[in-house]
Design a protein around this ligand. Structure first.
Ligand code: NAI
Length: 458
């Protein structure tokens, strides 16, 4: 009899399993994929970051002349780039197997179903357990009229494994996946057009920062068609033909592409577990409804991560998992969802935490704001990474409510502001902390000073 069986070994599930084992629970984790780490490690965050880094190095070569570095005869070995990505993934997934052994988590390989509360079935074996934690993650949302074959019409999985650089890549959806993978292939030589339904990119990100990101990404070769909905993708001869409608108008355009990436969001994976028969409540979009302790409508069955409502982010799933099992072990687990950072790993990076300006306006909350452009930051000037800005939002008495960055290393810079917000820090707290010179982090300090009406370098 286990204390806990976790279904799914993605970042939510494997972290929960390890933490539960650390707390003395007898734990098993079931995974059917054949390798650990879930979408994030196998076909998501990690391989995309490997390719973003590799393609970034290739793209950098064309800018080195400005630094006085002349590179001749550079060429692309896509096979080697992909092999490196696969090795990064392989090493990390093996690392989880090691962590399971070290912490005494039993790995059960196969696809799980839940015949009853307290039972997890894998193959022909029914395992008894006091608690079940569903951490089955998410999968790409399909687009009606468009069939993903992972050869020409791709999801993120296919777009991480192309064996040649497409000439024309059309990306449907200017969200996180579309922009990250769009930029990978643009850097490697593809002509990339991103088609987005809304009249802006990166919904959910502060509008002003999203505009800066769009401008910077356009400068780096991505073409955007906003306010457009893809209605159909058809194969024709050597290329694909997309039927694209202008939202709110009767106009229909046709666009040709040799590859199409569908990146219009992800949906929870909750089918096939037997939840309906068990009476586990799911909402209209398929997310499992849970209470504050992550328990579903059926006692003893818990759920975390992408398959419950909330941002679909690996680190949020990890936080969910730890809080959930700490609760099971009698501790007080807690996640502060208002302070979960999000990072888009494009160049420039886009990073955010807390409220956007639009959300504050909509909620009628009084705020002050400050901004500092990297153009005025001496470190950014010396490295040549001057695109973007740091923006902070705070209550009139200076308590930070949100922070948004478009710029190089934004994903690292945001950590200071996450900590500041977690500790209820004010603009003055951040501005009064000494920031090394010259550093990109000085832009964070200056944005806070700007909100206080006393920026030095702006
Ligand atoms: P997303 O929700 O970020 O963006 C999807 C975009 O597609 C939206 O802008 C939406 O308006 C647009 N769209 C929807 N239907 C459309 C249509 N018919 N035609 C044109 N545009 C359409 O979804 P995405 O990029 O697929 O990412 C899925 C999830 O994975 C997100 O929740 C994201 O947070 C997560 N993720 C996070 C990463 C990170 O943290 N760096 C990296 C990759 C994914």
């Amino acid at each position: 009899m286990f204390d806990l069986i976790v279904i799914g070994a993605g970042p939510g599930g494997y972290v929960a399993a390890i933490r539960a084992a650390q707390l003395g629970l007898k734990v098993a984790c079931v995974e059917g994929r054949g390798s650990l780490g879930g979408t994030c490690l196998n076909v998501g965050c990690i391989p995309s970051k490997a390719l973003l880094t590799s393609s970034g190095k290739y793209a950098e070569l064309s800018h080195l002349a400005a630094h006085g570095v002349v590179v001749e005869g550079a060429s692309l070995d896509l096979g080697a780039m992909m092999a490196r990505k696969d090795k990064v993934v392989g090493d990390l997934t093996k690392g989880i197997a090691f962590l399971f052994k070290k912490n005494g988590v039993e790995l059960i390989e196969g696809w799980a179903t839940i015949p009853a509360a307290g039972q997890v079935k894998v193959g022909d074996t029914i395992h008894q357990t006091k608690n079940i934690l569903i951490a089955t993650g998410s999968e790409p949302t399909p687009l009606p009229g468009v069939e993903i074959d992972e050869a020409d019409v791709l999801s993120s999985t296919g777009a991480l494994a192309l064996d040649a650089v497409p000439e024309q890549l059309v990306v449907i959806g200017a969200g996180v996946i579309g922009l990250e993978l769009g930029q990978v292939w643009a850097r490697l030589g593809a002509k990339v057009t991103v088609i987005e339904y809304l009249d802006r990119i990166l919904p959910g990100i502060d509008g002003e920062i999203a505009k800066l990101a769009q401008r910077a990404l356009s400068k780096r070769g991505l073409k955007f068609q906003l306010g457009r909905a893809v209605k159909a993708v058809e194969a024709g001869g050597n290329s694909l033909s997309l039927t694209v409608e202008r939202v709110g108008k009767d106009t229909v355009d046709t666009i040709e592409a040799d590859k199409v990436l569908v990146a219009i969001g992800r949906r929870p994976v909750t089918r096939g577990l037997g939840l309906e028969a068990l009476g586990v409540a799911v909402n209209e979009r398929g997310f499992i409804a849970v209470d504050n302790s992550f328990q579903s409508s059926v006692p003893g069955i818990y759920a975390i991560g992408d398959c419950v409502p909330g941002p679909m982010l690996a680190h949020k799933a990890e936080e969910d998992g730890v809080a959930c099992v700490e609760g099971l072990a009698g501790l007080k687990g807690h996640v502060d969802y208002d302070k979960v950072p999000g990072v888009v790993y494009t160049d420039p990076e886009v990073a955010s935490v807390g409220a956007t300006e639009e959300a504050l306006k909509e909620a009628g909350i009084d705020y002050i704001s400050g901004k500092f452009a990297f153009m005025a930051n001496s470190r950014a000037r010396s490295t040549g990474e001057t695109d973007g800005a740091v923006k902070v939002l705070a209550s009139p008495d200076g308590v930070l409510l949100g922070a948004h960055i478009c710029g190089a290393h934004g994903g690292d810079l945001i950590a200071e502001l996450v900590l500041a917000m977690a500790k209820g820090a004010t603009l003055t707290d951040v501005a009064a902390s000494c920031h090394a010179h010259p550093s990109m982090a000085e832009a964070v300090k200056e944005a806070c000073l700007d909100a206080l009406g006393r920026a030095i370098h702006a």
